[in-house]
Design a protein around this ligand. Sequence first.
Ligand SMILES: NC(=O)c1ccc[n+]([C@@H]2O[C@H](COP(=O)([O-])OP(=O)(O)OC[C@H]3O[C@@H](n4cnc5c(N)ncnc54)[C@H](OP(=O)(O)O)[C@@H]3O)[C@@H](O)[C@H]2O)c1
Length: 329
Amino acid sequence: MYNASDKRYEKMPYRRCGKSGLKLPAVSLGLWQNFGFKGVYANMEAMIHTAFDLGVTHFDLANNYGSPYNGSAEENFGRILRDMRHYRDEMIISTKAGYEMWEGPYGDRNGSRKYLTASLDQSLRRMGLEYVDIYYHHVFDPNTPPEETALALDNAVRQGKALYVGISNYNKEQTAEILKIFKELRTPFVLNQPSYSMLNRWIEGDGLDRFCLENGIGLAVFSPLYQGLLTNKYLNGVPQDSRIGRGETWIGGQLNERMVARLNRLNEIAKSRGQTLSQMALAWILHNEAVTTVLVGASRPEQIVENVGCIGHLDFTEDELKDIEEILK
Ligand SMILES: NC(=O)c1ccc[n+]([C@@H]2O[C@H](COP(=O)([O-])OP(=O)(O)OC[C@H]3O[C@@H](n4cnc5c(N)ncnc54)[C@H](OP(=O)(O)O)[C@@H]3O)[C@@H](O)[C@H]2O)c1
């Protein structure tokens, strides 16, 4: 039986999710990669324990996470949870449905009531849970009326299978539309999950971050390290044992000479702050007041320790922000 560190709540800041009562750790752990059956079980378990010991109470999953087959991350997480059951009330566990999951028209990419309802039951079975804390629609579906998607999420809450709901990969306009419906239904809609990092600032241009802030919706942002580019890993080439080295991502194409030079310049600023590049990249995101939490991925426990270390220095001087802006331009 796993026993958590009794120091787990000493350092991590917990930030309110929009205007809701729910607080999330500034750093959360995502299980998209490295938690399927291609990974080593002991390593997955060590990552979850390391995170929890550091105050990372929020674990982000989706029905389709894991390889070689969709759902394997939820299965492994469920297995790890068996020895952590006594900490269930200290955890926020989220899952999602919306992308391709199972064969046929009902497990295809969509936002139907049929898909969202069936998928949540599957996720609960895989993880051995009675409820998830947050249930998301994973990606906007232009072919399903937003009323239907909203009602399916709302029903999950009414049935006690989810405590809160969220949306992911919705832009400002799409968010505004479904927000109106959630308000009418009085659904506990608390989170939006977009991608966001120093190298991917679309939410600022779209106005999604301001919109969520003004409307009391939290932001849990994904790929905050741009899948690992914003770490010290690629400053001097591509290690074989990396997401790019293993050919698991499309971002390798962006790692040209100019990008490497920019990353090295950012790293100089990080060093002057007494941080690693990943720590500064996460602190920079958390500096945006609209953001509740960064959803970090990891392939080993040491990365989680390093990344959580960002909380040691979250503020920026005006000069630092200006210098960073100059590099990101
Ligand atoms: N809603 C959505 O559509 C969506 C989409 C994508 C992700 N997400 C969520 O966001 C989470 C995070 O996404 P992500 O994995 O792309 O995030 P990320 O944090 O940008 O990248 C994580 C990867 O970067 C590398 N890394 C992390 N910390 C490092 C460190 N300190 N030093 C060196 N390398 C380091 C590791 O890759 P290697 O060591 O393998 O190179 C790790 O797997 C996912 O797990 C998921 O929960 C959601």
